[in-house]
Design a protein around this ligand. Structure first.
Ligand code: A2P
Length: 335
């Protein structure tokens, strides 16, 4: 890999794309040239990078000539169509959509957990689901210490996970409710302002949503743990940014609160925020725009043998998307 790679961001104008550009700059990723790609609607828009304004160009089949690394975040359909074209042009794709995550030929990577899998790529590397990534950042250090069998979890997911339009929807609806106007809906099937929606993504025949099953399926692949089980309820909440997850985990080995705290204190990418007596615990407001995920409310689970309950908050636009993608690109440079 070129030490000053030519990088493209596909979906550069979206909620995640903008964070990808900022993260490349903040982490001093040695970008040779940056190409910003989006739909024809965004052609001519300019986005800042290293003190300059870069014009957005339209994504086409010819966009990938001379590009070394392409960070994709424009939805699954765009990834399915263009990621193979980019890979065929000799570019390494880091794809934020779910399109290739469960493909055996595609590594699915959280660098703090399975960085070694990056080397196995054949042109495409998948970035995990945001809620899965944030949960595993807290769960994996505990798994290494005590070996996890299964988890029960509920998520509290911010609207920015749905994209820029959903942020606008929450803002607009809050204004409409406060000023007594009728509430208008465009993105979600129900009002999200002053409400919670127990649906993230579409329902599967087993009654879970697609989002809920990602925790088990992607968790197995990332942790190299084929027997991992996860029963999850994913909930959209009227929060702008950062997802939180309440987890009850059952382990093979006895797990004390003290040893869990010790395992998490030393874990990369994790901040232990666990002083409930001083009202200190992770919250989305404080996890936002942070690279590390915050873990707290650690306690013995009173309903599970060898169980721990905990709460994790993380910026899903960063660790759940843009940061993790840039970290994968950093691993590519190490190669
Ligand atoms: P655009 O702004 O031109 O529509 P979000 O998830 O925040 O809604 O962002 C989605 C991103 O994917 C945006 O950058 C959007 O660009 C981009 N995108 C959507 N459809 C296409 C398309 N057909 N071709 C290229 N980029 C697309």
């Amino acid at each position: 890999m070129n030490k000053n790679p030519s990088v493209a961001v596909v979906g550069a104008t979206g909620a995640v794309g903008v964070e990808m550009i900022k993260t490349l700059e903040k982490r001093n990723f040695p970008v040779g040239k940056l190409t910003l790609l989006a739909s024809s609607r965004s052609v001519g828009r300019k986005l800042p990078f290293r003190g300059k304004e870069i014009s957005v160009t339209e994504l086409t089949r010819d966009s990938f000539k001379g590009i070394d690394i392409a960070l994709f975040s424009a939805g699954g359909n765009i990834s399915r169509e263009y990621a193979p074209i980019a890979a065929a042009a000799g570019c390494v794709v880091v794809d934020n959509s779910s399109a290739f995550r469960m493909d055996d030929a595609v590594p699915l990577v959280i660098p703090e957990i399975n960085a070694g899998d990056v080397k196995l790529h054949k042109g495409i590397i998948a970035n995990p689901n945001c809620t899965t990534a944030i949960t595993l950042m807290a769960l994996y250090p505990l798994h290494k210490a005590f070996h996890v069998n299964r988890i029960f979890a509920s998520s509290y997911q911010a609207v920015s996970g749905t994209g820029a339009k959903a942020i606008e929807e929450l803002k607009r609806q809050v204004g409409e409710v406060v000023s007594g106007k009728p509430v208008t809906k465009e993105v979600y099937p129900h009002q999200i302002a002053f409400n919670v929606l127990p649906q993230v993504d579409t329902f599967l025949p087993n009654g879970y949503t697609k989002e809920e099953m990602k925790m088990e399926n992607e968790g197995r692949k990332i942790m190299h743990h084929p027997n991992f089980h996860a029963s999850v309820t994913c909930v959209r909440v009227p929060v702008y940014r950062s997802h939180s997850v309440a987890v009850s985990a059952e382990f093979q080995k006895p797990a004390s609160v003290e040893s869990a705290r010790a395992a998490l204190k030393n874990a990369p990418g994790v901040d232990l925020v666990d002083e409930p007596e001083n009202t200190k615990y992770p919250m989305p407001l404080f996890a936002s725009e942070k690279y590390n995920c915050e873990v707290g409310r650690i306690r013995k689970d009173c309903a599970l043998e060898n169980g721990l309950a905990f709460w994790v908050s993380g910026d899903q636009l960063l660790k759940g998307a843009a940061l993790n993608a840039v970290q994968i690109a950093e691993e590519l440079l190490k190669d």
